[in-house]
Design a protein around this ligand. Structure first.
Ligand SMILES: [Zn+2]
Length: 237
């Protein structure tokens, strides 16, 4: 069994001239593996994901790559149980497709656009994760504010591109985790009126970091040898 290649980092496409993807590369997806492009059953390429991530040239080539028939155990080998929770979330942040109030309104859902926390500004992803008073307080308390707010915060895509091209790897991981924590906290507030404190959001995010680190280093026995699992991104629901 071979470990799934990272789809932006190896020349896995059936093209003699250039086996690399030529689609736009998102830094936050640099470690995403090829198997993340499979559908839920792992038997076919996921057309929706390919449409989102790949240009026509890449899609045409990818569809020519046969997916090996794999047993469930093989799938587990490639796709650990706690796969890509944060990476999946970051993918949605980078694509600016989080179901915020503004996002839902653009899909004809009739709801108020205003943030239910500060009651002042429209609730888009950049507001929830970076501009709302709660988010600003959190970033400043984590010491990451000077990184996050050094570039434009107009859109989440701009922020992530800035962070992932200028910050250290450990800082990028923390930014991703705190974004995830802020979004989780937002959902608890919007849907259940549970008010998590800044300390609470930090704790959840740092626990996630511990899980993430564990997922990176869990050694699983496969046949007669020990291998290391990779976390992998999976498409959003
Ligand atoms: Zn707000």
């Amino acid at each position: 069994m071979v470990r799934a290649p990272k789809f932006w980092q190896v020349p896995w496409l059936p093209c003699a001239n250039n086996g690399y993807l030529t689609s736009e590369k998102y830094p936050e997806l640099a470690d995403v593996t090829v198997d993340s492009l499979f559908d839920a059953e792992g038997r076919n390429w996921d057309g929706k994901v390919l449409n989102d991530l790949c240009n026509e040239r890449d899609k045409t080539l990818i569809y020519q790559v046969p997916i090996p028939m794999r047993s469930k155990n093989d799938s587990c080998y490639w796709l650990p149980e706690n796969k890509g929770k944060v990476s999946n979330f970051l993918w949605r942040v980078a694509r600016d497709v989080l179901p915020t109030a503004v996002g839902l309104i653009t899909k004809q859902v009739a709801i108020p656009a205003t943030c239910t926390w500060c009651h002042t500004y429209a609730e888009d992803a950049a507001h929830i994760l970076f501009k709302c008073c709660f988010a600003q307080e959190l970033w400043e308390s984590t010491g990451l504010g000077n990184i996050v707010f050094a570039g434009s915060v107009d859109t989440t895509t701009e922020v992530l591109k800035w962070v992932f091209t200028t910050a250290r790897t450990d800082q990028c991981a923390l930014v991703g985790l705190f974004c995830w924590g802020l979004w989780s906290r937002r959902n608890k507030w919007v849907w259940k009126r549970i008010n998590m404190s800044i300390f609470g959001v930090k704790t959840v995010a740092l626990n996630m970091l511990a899980d993430w680190n564990q997922a990176q280093t869990i050694a699983v026995k496969s046949s007669d040898k020990t291998i290391t699992r990779n976390s992998s991104w999976c498409k959003p629901p």
